[in-house]
Design a protein around this ligand. Structure first.
Ligand code: HEC
Length: 129
């Protein structure tokens, strides 16, 4: 018989009933959402990103390892985080006059390529995956 993963004390009887009746379907929906999330990040070409990063190097360093405290280190940062940050500057969701001006010049492919480039650089802290 199918059993809920959470201890029953954390779930209401109604939740348990719904999960017993629809457990497989809920699992299928969650699996679908996870698949969507992993494919939502554009691939990005790190080689192309390197060429496009020339304009960024004066502040973020040639490899994204900025040595100036005012400018964040991009090297080794997660690719999807970098993409998210650049899109947020471009949309105005994240406000910074300097980065807004640079992000405004980037299309989605540029952003994916730049994010791929910086994500493959060695940062100050690199996760061992
Ligand atoms: C004139 C200096 C300058 C240039 C050139 C520049 N940046 Fe930035 N960048 C900054 C500053 C300052 C910040 C921090 C802004 C803030 O507080 O949000 C930043 C933040 C960022 C962030 C967010 C980092 C984080 O940890 O959240 C990304 C990503 C980024 N820049 C990418 C780029 C890219 C890609 C380019 C080239 C297209 C570029 N920057 C060009 C100064 C610059």
């Amino acid at each position: 018989m199918w059993r809920p993963i959470l201890p029953p004390g954390l779930m209401t009887d109604g939740m348990i009933k719904i999960m017993r009746e629809h457990g497989v379907r809920i699992f299928a929906v969650l699996a679908g959402v996870m698949l969507f999330c992993t494919t939502a990040v554009a691939d990005g070409d790190a080689g192309a990103g390197k060429g496009k990063s020339v304009v960024c190097a004066s502040c973020h360093g040639v490899t994204g390892e900025s040595v100036m405290p005012d400018y964040p280190v991009l090297a080794g940062q997660h690719q999807d985080y970098l993409e998210h940050a650049l899109k947020a500057y471009r949309s105005g969701e994240r406000r910074n006059p300097i980065m807004a001006a640079f992000a405004a010049t980037l299309n989605d492919d540029d952003i994916a390529d730049l994010a791929a480039f910086y994500a493959t650089q060695k940062g100050l802290f690199t996760l061992h995956r």
